[in-house]
Design a protein around this ligand. Structure first.
Ligand code: DC
Length: 220
């Protein structure tokens, strides 16, 4: 049986994770957060004193890393050498350096393979920056979600995180390998003026338009 993937891409704090979590709950999907995978590698590099901007050093450290990507309670998990970094994935230090790590082609190659493996486990909703363009280019179910930079910065502040959303977006959109961009066949969802429930409803409508079977849209 072939499993299906819903791809959700968008910039930092656009509401990707919230939407993916809600879709997973509503449609009975495995929710996969790929940003956490890039964050976990960044966390480990910083812990080991490796400069995330030094490609050769990053590649060498990556070769020795045992990355574990699994599922717990319907949601993706990530470990490095058996350790779950937990809240440290969202530390200021990781926020500041993760874009450099994510720009490293060898890092992306390794993670994309792990991300595609999730489809062996069941239907997934996967969120990130290149899910509709690189990880699952053939899925018809693609949503690009966005909100104004003012709204996104305010969301990060409300979460108590200091995160330079604009700087990170600039880096993620301008890198050479798999930059953040809107897939030509993605539905565009601006949620600047929508709350989480309204965003979910809008996404369900877009998925139905793209052919997600209406019986699958019923509450579990
Ligand atoms: O979604 P997030 O903010 O937790 O992602 C952290 C960083 O990881 C983000 O700045 C860009 C990178 N990323 C990526 O390049 N590709 C993905 N599929 C997911 C995240």
């Amino acid at each position: 049986m072939t499993h299906r993937a819903i791809a959700i891409d968008g910039p930092a704090a656009s509401g990707k994770s919230t939407l993916a979590r809600k879709l997973a709950g509503r449609l009975g999907l495995i929710m996969v957060n790929t940003g956490e995978m890039y964050r976990a590698i960044t966390w480990e590099l910083l812990r080991c004193g490796v400069d995330p901007g030094d490609r050769a050093a990053v590649v060498e450290a990556l070769a020795g890393m045992d990355l574990g990507c699994g599922v717990r309670a319907g949601r993706s998990t990530v470990t490095v050498d058996g350790v779950d970094p937990g809240p440290e994935l969202r530390s200021d230090e990781v926020n500041a350096r993760v874009s450099e790590v994510a720009a490293t082609p060898e890092v992306r190659e390794r993670l994309v393979a792990l991300q595609r493996d999730y489809l062996k486990l069941g239907d997934v909703v996967m969120e990130g920056r290149d899910i509709g363009t690189v990880v699952f280019p053939d899925t018809p179910f693609k949503i690009y979600i966005d909100a104004s930079e003012r709204v996104r910065s305010a969301r990060r502040e409300a979460d108590g995180e200091s995160d330079s959303v604009g700087r990170r977006d600039q880096a993620d959109s301008s890198r050479r390998t798999a930059p953040l961009r809107v897939a030509t066949d993605a539905a565009f969802l601006d949620n600047s003026d929508l709350d989480a429930e309204e965003t979910l409803d809008a996404a369900l409508r877009l998925l139905a338009e793209k052919g997600w079977k209406s019986t699958d849209l019923m509450e579990r």
